[in-house]
Design a protein around this ligand. Structure first.
Ligand code: SF4
Ligand code: SF4
Length: 401
């Protein structure tokens, strides 16, 4: 097949391919490999990015209920603030905001609320629970889908909370481990003699046994990768039927300088699949179709203090603020948000890049941090681009191979 395509290309006779292998030709046209000379592909990508990011049927709300945390991990980018809580007045504003977004956007069919922080479960009863309850009732009245997610360290999850999660149909958690028990407990501990690993692992099992899913993020370093397999021993008693509800996601701690850990990571991940756990869908590598929530118009990250952001991977400072939630429950956005949403694809490297239609120039945060600078989220590395294509191809065709 490859030879056929190459011959047609070298002889500049793609029409000849249509005669020899009409099905293949048709597929290549349908999937956009063959395009008309007159087609403006860059414009099509721009249009696709806009279509996805200005989708009016969904809203994505992130709520930082506190910036406080019960742990103090060395790599955490958040600045912990002891007395950071959603006040009663702010709670009312957030409820109004949910109501307003639903009132204003009649096309919304899916509303996602992600609780983030800090550790969102620290203020569970006072702010998280009332917001879940309010949003759940509103979604029921409107007949729309409500997705409730938590990014939590998992330590504070109690049986009572699990009953609430079931009542409000919470669907997902992201919980982090910093390696096996020994490694994790060096980073996340309650006191010098009390770690957190065992309790977190037990809570993960409780969640999936109640049929809710967990993205189990492992923050890895060269050191903690060495005996990471021990994590599987601690999950060994989890019944096979629940294992696929745990998706392993390995992320290198940004301070780790060794860039040659890929093989160890792959070995760990294939062991995970052999044991019945899930891996992130490689189709998510299509960053145009699955753009970050911060790229979307219908999205806000509301901080406990009423300041509003888009990206939640940067500090929640005044400098990064993109709006403020007013007393009427409306976000007054500033020029930063306008710039983020209106700054179009301009980077020269991206305009010439063969994977632009699936990379889309990275996220909006990358783009605004590199205005007038040439950049590539894949380090201009053609091998990395090949890996993205290959993993997408394999995930789409795994059953056919
Ligand atoms: S850095 Fe980019 S991908 Fe990450 S949260 Fe921010 S906008 Fe999204
Ligand atoms: S891989 Fe790099 S150059 Fe290509 S579209 Fe993505 S960011 Fe741009």
């Amino acid at each position: 097949m490859k030879e056929l395509i190459e011959a047609a290309k070298n002889e500049d006779n793609l029409e000849g391919l249509r005669e020899i292998h009409p099905d293949l030709y048709q597929q290549l046209v349908e999937q956009g490999f063959f395009v008309k000379q007159s087609d403006n592909e860059i414009e099509k990508v721009r249009q696709r990015i806009d279509d996805v990011n200005y989708n009016e049927e969904e809203y994505y709300l992130i709520i930082n209920s506190t910036m406080n945390c019960n742990f103090g991990c060395w790599y955490c980018y958040e600045t912990h603030k002891k007395n950071s809580h959603i006040s009663d007045a702010s709670l009312q504003k957030i409820k109004k905001f949910i109501e307003n977004t639903l009132e204003k956007n009649k096309k919304i069919t899916k509303y996602t609320i992600q609780f983030f922080g800090g550790e969102p479960l620290l203020d569970y009863k006072k702010s998280v629970l009332p917001i879940m309850d309010y949003a759940f009732k509103k979604a029921q009245q409107r007949g729309i889908i409500l997705l409730l997610n938590f990014t939590t360290n998992g330590y504070l999850i109690s049986d009572d909370m699990i009953q609430d999660f079931l009542k409000y149909k919470v669907n997902g958690f992201q919980i982090t481990l910093d390696g096996n028990r020994d490694e994790h407990d060096k980073v996340r501990f309650v006191s010098k003699t009390k770690g957190s690993y065992d309790k977190i692992v037990e809570n993960i099992k409780k969640i999936v046994r109640n049929k809710m899913s967990v993205v189990l993020r492992i923050n890895y370093t060269e050191k903690n990768l060495k005996e990471l397999d021990l994590v599987f021993e601690d999950l060994e008693d989890l019944e096979l039927e629940y294992r696929s509800l745990i998706t392993f996601s390995l992320n290198k701690v940004w301070q780790e300088s060794n860039n040659n850990l890929g093989e160890k990571v792959s070995t760990f991940l294939s062991l995970a699949t052999n044991k019945g756990f899930s891996l992130p869908d490689a189709l998510l590598s299509d960053r145009v179709e699955n753009s970050c929530y911060a790229d979307k118009f219908n999205q806000a990250t509301i901080n406990y203090d009423g300041n509003v952001y888009k990206c939640n991977a940067r500090d929640f400072t005044d400098e990064n603020k993109e709006g403020i939630l007013n007393d009427e429950g409306v976000v007054e956005w500033n020029e930063k948000r306008t710039f983020r949403m209106e700054h179009k694809l301009k980077n020269k490297a991206c305009l010439e890049c063969r994977i632009l239609p699936i990379c889309g120039r990275g996220c909006s945060q990358n783009m605004i941090e590199h205005v007038d600078k040439d950049y590539c989220v894949n380090d201009f590395d053609e091998a990395k681009k090949d890996d993205i294509i290959l993993s997408m191809f394999l995930s789409e065709n795994v059953e056919k191979i």
